[in-house]
Write a protein that binds this ligand. Structure first.
Ligand SMILES: [Zn+2]
Length: 372
């Protein structure tokens, strides 16, 4: 299984400049590849694929038009463009709000990936050799456990990091025969089928207010260094929220995987959920990244994660009857079987029930799609 290890890089000023240079070249390539696809589509309704673009790389580099040092990095950028295009067409197909792939500003383009370790990047002791940059010191606060596959060099709030994606052995936990269903909460982060709720953490609201203030400050300021400063501050707040949320999700997903043999969630890829009323709260809570965390931890521990069809989970009773509820109805009251319970708990129970009824082979595919 794959794991990621992230480390701070101690760069000299020259190295930071070299890294900045590599990123802006990568950004230029990204935008050029996007431009080419747009034009090909506009002028003769032809869509380019990854290979159409990758085949031109050698020539471009030979002509000295691209100063991104490592060839595989260039290929990786083109693969990113390909991925955003595929995601765009998938959204169109699902009749979701599509949003055409956008050009990136060099300030927002903040990482390059070396797709095969040893090609352009190598770690010896605490020194990382990066092609086009040199030997950079890494703060190895814990050892890289496993076989390094890819390395991503990243800029975050004007600091540099290296992310190592590592292949390592799974460590199964003792087998458990219990199961739990999880529902995306409206008021809380999530609700479990055993009646428990995972609350939204307290820092969340506070951080949101701070974020809005910082956003207003950026909007007020005109172009220039004062605006740049405000933007850096805004990025810092974003990074902090990301860090806190990530840590919270790691703690919660760890607990679920430790305590339950089978974990059942709604399949977010089913059309309608993301586009519907829930979309805002789903995005806010970072639901898909939470499921991704459960997924790899479950794989590591030998637990089962199942994604079920989300259609109507909030409008059904565990007895099978339809119980219509609007968003403001917090209580589930079934006239058929007499069940009275909080709505989210019933939804979580319906989700759990679906995993037990429908064949699991279909669901395995759904989970892998869910994580991708
Ligand atoms: Zn009922």
């Amino acid at each position: 299984m794959r794991k990621t290890f992230k480390y701070r890089l101690f760069t000299t000023r020259l190295q930071s400049e070299a890294l900045d240079g590599q990123l802006s070249e990568a950004c230029r390539l990204y935008n050029a590849a996007l431009q080419e696809r747009r034009e090909a589509y506009r002028s003769n309704k032809k869509s380019l694929n990854y290979y159409d673009q990758a085949n031109q790389l050698k020539e471009i580099r030979a002509a000295g038009d691209l100063a991104l040092a490592n060839f595989s990095c260039c290929q990786d950028i083109l693969r990113r463009v390909d991925k955003t295009y595929k995601a765009f067409f998938l959204r169109m197909k699902r009749h979701q709000k599509a949003g055409f792939p956008r050009f990136k500003s060099r300030h927002r383009f903040d990482s390059v990936t070396f797709p095969s370790y040893g090609d352009g990047v190598k770690l010896t002791g605490n020194i990382l050799r990066v092609q086009g940059v040199g030997e950079v010191e890494v703060k190895l606060h814990r050892p890289v456990a496993g076989k390094i596959k890819t390395v991503t060099v990243k800029r975050e709030c004007a600091k540099w990091y290296a992310c190592f994606s590592v292949e390592c052995e799974a460590q199964p936990l003792p087998i458990l025969n219990n199961a739990i269903g999880i529902d995306v909460g409206l008021d809380s982060f999530a609700t479990l089928s055993n009646g428990e709720t995972i609350p939204n953490p307290r820092w969340y609201r506070k951080a949101q207010a701070k974020l809005r203030r910082a956003q207003r400050r950026v909007a007020r300021r005109k172009k220039g260094s004062r605006r740049r400063k405000a933007i850096t501050l805004l990025q810092k707040i974003h990074a902090r929220i990301f860090r806190l949320r990530n840590e919270y999700q790691h703690r919660q997903s760890f607990r679920l995987v430790r305590d339950f043999g089978m974990i059942v969630v709604e399949d977010l890829n089913v059309k309608g959920l993301a586009a519907g009323m829930l979309s805002k709260s789903v995005q806010d809570a970072g639901w898909s990244s939470f499921i991704a965390k459960i997924s790899y931890k479950a794989e590591n521990a030998g637990r089962q994660l199942i994604a079920v069809n989300p259609a109507g989970t909030s409008q059904t009773c565990i007895c099978g009857a339809t119980v219509r509820k609007s968003l403001s109805d917090r209580e589930h009251v079934c006239v058929e079987c007499g069940l009275i319970a909080p709505r989210d708990v019933v939804s979580a129970q319906v989700i759990l029930q679906r995993a037990r009824i429908s064949p699991s082979s279909d669901n395995v595919a759904a989970v892998s799609a869910c994580v991708a």
